[in-house]
Design a protein around this ligand. Structure first.
Ligand SMILES: Cc1cc2nc3c(=O)[nH]c(=O)nc-3n(C[C@H](O)[C@H](O)[C@H](O)COP(=O)(O)OP(=O)(O)OC[C@H]3O[C@@H](n4cnc5c(N)ncnc54)[C@H](O)[C@@H]3O)c2cc1C
Length: 379
């Protein structure tokens, strides 16, 4: 029997596995996808440019855990290219206008250069990125872990509490499989856990309601990233920042996704809702290229495009997340107290970024949840 079964191989599950490995605990990690990383996904262009299709940034000013982990893992970080200037396209028939954000993040009048003594504004609030993309973080976390303890392609569908242990069941290669563990940690979005996994005995109604009421951050987002031979927009004195606010927008927010020494790229978040993206699926690449061309010139239409629609990923986006697509863009308040309470007399624990008070929804939250679980499992 295992001591700890971790369900979910995103940053939360991997960070927890890392600490259990250091404590010589007998753990296994079960991941539904054929890859590790969860919402962290970095594509690589033919010329080797890393393109983040999931998380891109962290903010060391208020996210100490991720900042410390990046340093501890020996990863190289660099600042997002951003001096506060943004191309704003509000009319599909007109040219974009340059606007600028000041150091308080407020819109300032157009500015072509900085006055003496004036500090640059910032659209991204002092965000840092990781060389090699966020996948470098996942690789560095996974690299020291024994491969045989990391089971990909194992989508746990049932948990049965037997009183002295929990049985985990899943289907793999056409076969029903199961394993028992003294304790189980669900390191995945609460809504996905509630929708995907059958609990025997059933969870209480208050807990089920709380799981369902916890939105999965960015679950319905889609991202496109496009690699180029050069950062021609910088030569034209653009930062790569753009906002598109007219009703036919394809990408709502664009930014410079280049990595020093690893290639030039732009990336952006889809403006269209999940349903519209499916309707226009066959044309999304073309529409994306057209929009980048309108913003940065015809050269921007011609790069190597990679895209990811997270709404089409059932182990990230639950039916409830999909049903609420477009209802509210605000960052939810995360860290419901009930989700931090052990269930089944300490044999079942909920994790994942959305259970964290500190940085909930972000990478910081995934690490903060992992730290809480590490403390709980040590007792
Ligand atoms: C487009 C996008 C942009 C983002 N940008 C940023 C950013 O710039 N900065 C930032 O800090 N955060 C950002 N985020 C959020 C960040 O990605 C998440 O907070 C973080 O990755 C969550 O990690 P996690 O381990 O908690 O969950 P996840 O990464 O979701 O991992 C959960 C894992 O559990 C697996 N799983 C689910 N169900 C099962 C099951 N039944 N059995 C087995 N495995 C299962 C999933 O496949 C997944 O691998 C972004 C997210 C997206 C989608």
């Amino acid at each position: 029997m295992l001591d700890v079964a971790i369900v979910g191989g995103g940053v939360c599950g991997l960070a927890l596995a890392h600490s259990l490995q250091a404590r010589h605990v007998d753990w296994r990690l079960f991941e539904a996808r054929p890859r590790l990383g969860g919402r962290v996904l970095t594509a690589t262009s033919a010329s080797g440019t890393p393109l983040d299709l999931g998380p891109t940034w962290y903010w060391p000013g208020h996210q100490p855990s991720i900042a410390r982990l990046v340093a501890d893992l020996g990863l190289t970080s660099f600042a997002q290219n951003d001096d506060g200037r943004v191309l704003h396209l509000s009319d599909p028939a007109a040219a974009p206008q340059t606007v600028a954000v000041n150091t308080q993040g407020q819109l300032a009048p157009e500015r072509t250069g900085l006055a003496a003594g004036e500090s640059a504004g910032s659209v991204h609030g002092g965000a840092l990125r990781v060389a090699g993309g966020m996948a470098a973080l996942v690789q560095a976390l996974a690299q020291p872990l024994p491969l045989e303890r990391l089971l990909c392609g194992a989508a746990i569908d049932t948990l049965v509490d037997h009183g002295d242990c929990v049985e985990l069941r899943w289907q793999q290669d056409g076969q029903q499989r199961s394993v028992s563990a003294r304790r189980v940690v669900l390191a995945l979005p609460p809504r996905v856990a509630e929708a995907f996994i059958s609990f025997e005995p059933a969870l209480g109604p208050e807990l089920s309601d709380t799981l369902r009421a916890t939105p999965t951050w960015m679950a319905t987002a889609a991202k496109a990233a496009i690699a180029y031979e050069s950062d021609f927009w910088r030569a034209a004195k653009h930062t790569g920042n753009a906002w598109v606010t007219h009703p036919q927008a394809v990408l709502a927010e664009v930014f410079d996704a280049s990595t020093p020494g690893q290639g030039a790229a732009l990336a952006g978040f889809a403006a269209m809702g999940a349903q519209a993206r499916q309707q226009f699926k066959a044309s999304m690449d073309l529409l994306t290229r057209n929009q980048l061309g309108q913003l940065f010139g015809v050269q921007a239409e011609d790069g190597e495009l990679h895209a990811q629609d997270w709404a089409q990923e059932p182990t990230t986006c639950s039916p409830q997340d999909l049903a609420e697509d477009g209802l509210n863009g605000e960052h939810p308040v995360y860290g419901a107290a009930l989700l931090a309470q052990p269930q089944w007399q300490g044999r079942l624990h909920f994790g994942g970024s959305e259970t964290a008070r500190q940085g909930g929804g972000y990478l910081e939250g995934a690490l903060s949840a992992a730290a809480r679980l590490r403390r709980v499992l040590a007792t």
